[in-house]
Design a protein around this ligand. Structure first.
Ligand SMILES: *Cc1c(COP(=O)(O)O)cnc(C)c1O
Length: 231
């Protein structure tokens, strides 16, 4: 089941790349494995997936020792500053940095562990209430300030688009984020690259790829529905 789902998602990504004149290998599939047990993650791993997304520090810590060490773990959920120390040397990238305070804590904890961390700035492109992420306007100043911190590298932007009926409704937000990344990139800020655009989930990843996504984060489309009661 998981194998078939991954094949389908990969096919859709390839089709969206083709349609928009992009190279297939410009896009990486992150399998979002939150709430799913290690056995299922292993199943996805065995098909060749190496990038997995989790949104809880505790889950990353529980699963990590049970799974192969060449997995790249992506922290995609809201991150509390007091928990940064547990994962700062364990994750490949933190997608959810939306304040200078959090960026500072990540840098400080990384220094203590003598490591460096790749981060993305999370932007709330649709300006939805109750959602994390900076505004478009704040993103620029946050990038400029966070870029000065010694132990983090800013690699790009992440967004969680609204939950919509038709993925076409989110196309404008993906376009806007691509433009924001181009704008920030053109400022040539030291220690900042805007090569990564983490956008697109099960409902809208095809549109996101067409608009320039480099990381799609697909959970339900690979592992099926999540049951939060089993946790
Ligand atoms: C859960 C989650 C996803 C995956 O969502 P699906 O709709 O199941 O693909 C992607 N990104 C983030 C930040 C998430 O929390």
């Amino acid at each position: 089941m998981i194998k078939v789902n991954i094949e389908l998602v990969n096919k859709e990504i390839a089709a969206a790349c083709m349609k928009s004149g992009r190279e297939r290998d410009a896009v990486t599939l992150i399998a979002v494995s939150k709430t799913k047990p290690a056995e299922l993650i292993r199943e996805a791993y065995d098909t060749g997936v190496r990038d997995f997304g989790e949104n809880k520090v505790q889950e990353i810590m529980d699963k990590l020792p049970e799974l192969p060490s060449d997995i790249r773990w992506h922290m995609i959920g809201h991150l509390q500053r007091n928990k940064v120390k547990y994962i700062v040397d364990k994750v490949y990238m933190i997608h959810s940095v939306d304040s200078l305070r959090l960026a500072r804590t990540i840098s400080e904890e990384a220094l203590k562990k003598q490591t460096e961390v790749n981060i993305l700035i999370e932007v709330n492109m649709a300006g939805e209430e109750r959602k994390f992420g900076t505004t478009c306007e704040e993103a620029v100043s946050l990038v400029m300030e966070a870029a000065k911190l010694p132990a983090i590298h800013i690699k790009g932007l992440m967004t969680i688009a609204p939950f919509v009926e038709s993925p076409e409704e989110n196309r404008k937000y993906f376009q806007k984020m691509k433009q924001l990344a181009v704008d920030i990139g053109s400022k040539n800020i030291d220690n900042v690259s805007m090569n990564v655009l983490s956008m697109g989930m099960t409902g809208d990843y095809k549109v996101a790829v067409e608009e320039g996504s480099t990381y799609v984060r697909v959970g339900t489309g690979i592992f099926g529905e999540r049951n939060y009661n089993n946790m």
